[in-house]
Design a protein around this ligand. Structure first.
Ligand code: ATP
Ligand code: SF4
Ligand code: MG
Length: 329
């Protein structure tokens, strides 16, 4: 199936007073119609910047190269007004912090109505208001006709997230980018939001890019997963393959830190030692080498490319030598 969204060799650099920050360094991702792609990685790995670059939402100072194709049409280089048309109606995004994305001075219903009418000015305000109530019902807001008249501060965090999802799907986009949609929420509400995304995908056939630092969150919803580290994709594959046969030590470290209910032969949960590298001073060779338990001398010199190893793709020189997942990362 032709991808609805294809990102190839995306590079994003921010000029800063300390020097250029290479936030995204050659990321390629594809999203197929109606499928869910999970993008996972620690804080600062470039997940949000990748998607903001895709949607043309980065500050003008950012240098962006590569290619982003939506339904075969190149988005990089489109004018701001052409990009606005694509956003919302073609590719919609739920931003990382729902509360800062909702306008505190307008009611939730009004904000959904405006979102519809920006892309479809021909829709009468009353009709858009009726749709807004329908959308709030779709995302599980009780008494949607009444709650449409509420302001964001009258909504809980989980309800704000539901309202954001309602706004994002208001114009039936082909792709919904959900950036950490559950991070600020407690565990029960997190599960409800993931269920809601699953239902919406089923009901509307929308493809979803689900961004999270938590591989466990992604596993429940995604078909495929891409693992990012320091601005690159270091591993990708179908979610079950990555779960069972991850080849990159970083992914294996992430997996070791995810609690599993069906766990009988795994050791205690562990976290990956060390911290994310400074993007101003990236280590040479494999950028993961300062934290890698499998490091060999050539890892400090040769930068591994993403390549197929078994059922996944991994960017590690020693990917073939990794034993079963769970037998130590
Ligand atoms: N406007 C900017 N100027 C300079 N650096 C930036 C800018 N925006 C983002 N960065 C840097 O780009 C890197 C990637 O940031 P990004 O927000 O994509 O990370 P992330 O993977 O989404 O992390 P998180 O899980 O914390 O949301 C970070 O080091 C960040 O500091
Ligand atoms: S290339 Fe070397 S340092 Fe990098 S992940 Fe593989 S073993 Fe570790
Ligand atoms: Mg982010």
């Amino acid at each position: 199936m032709a991808p609805v969204l294809g990102i190839s060799d995306l590079q994003v650099t921010f000029p800063t007073l300390d020097g250029p920050v290479a936030a995204v360094r050659g990321v390629s991702l594809t999203v197929e119609p109606g499928r869910v792609l999970g993008v996972v990685g620690e804080s600062g790995s470039g997940k949000t910047v990748t998607m903001l670059a895709t949607l043309g939402l980065l500050p003008g100072s950012a240098e962006v190269t590569g290619s982003v194709k939506y339904k075969g049409r190149e988005l990089l280089g489109l004018s701001p007004s052409e990009l606005r048309k694509v956003r919302g109606s073609g590719i919609a995004i739920i931003f990382q912090d729902p509360r800062t994305s909702l306008n505190p001075v307008h009611t939730i219903g009004h904000q959904i109505v405006e979102g519809i009418r920006i892309h479809h000015p021909e829709v009468h305000r009353k009709e858009a208001a009726r749709r807004a109530v329908e959308l709030l019902a779709l995302v599980g807001i009780p008494q949607p006709d009444k709650r449409a008249r509420d302001y964001p501060h009258q909504f809980s965090g989980g309800m704000c997230q539901r309202a954001m999802i309602a706004m994002a799907v208001a114009n039936d986009p082909d792709v919904l980018v959900a950036d950490e949609p559950t991070t600020a929420l407690d565990v029960t509400i997190q599960a409800q939001i993931l269920d809601l995304l699953r239902d919406i995908r089923g009901e509307k056939g929308v493809a979803i890019v689900l961004i999270s630092h938590d591989l466990g969150v992604v596993a429940g919803l995604a078909d495929e997963v891409a693992v990012m580290y320091a601005g690159r994709v270091v591993e990708r594959g179908m979610v079950d393959d990555v779960y069972q046969q991850a080849r990159h030590p970083y992914t294996r470290g992430l997996l070791a830190s995810v609690p599993r209910l069906t766990d009988d032969n795994r050791g205690p949960l562990v976290s990956i030692g060390g911290g994310a590298p400074s993007l101003l001073h990236l280590p040479g060779g494999c950028v993961f080498h300062p934290r890698c338990a499998h490091e060999h001398p050539n890892c400090r010199i040769d930068d591994p490319a993403l390549r197929r190893v078994g059922s996944v793709e991994a960017a590690c020189h020693y990917a073939e030598e990794m034993g079963p997942v769970g037998a130590g990362s």
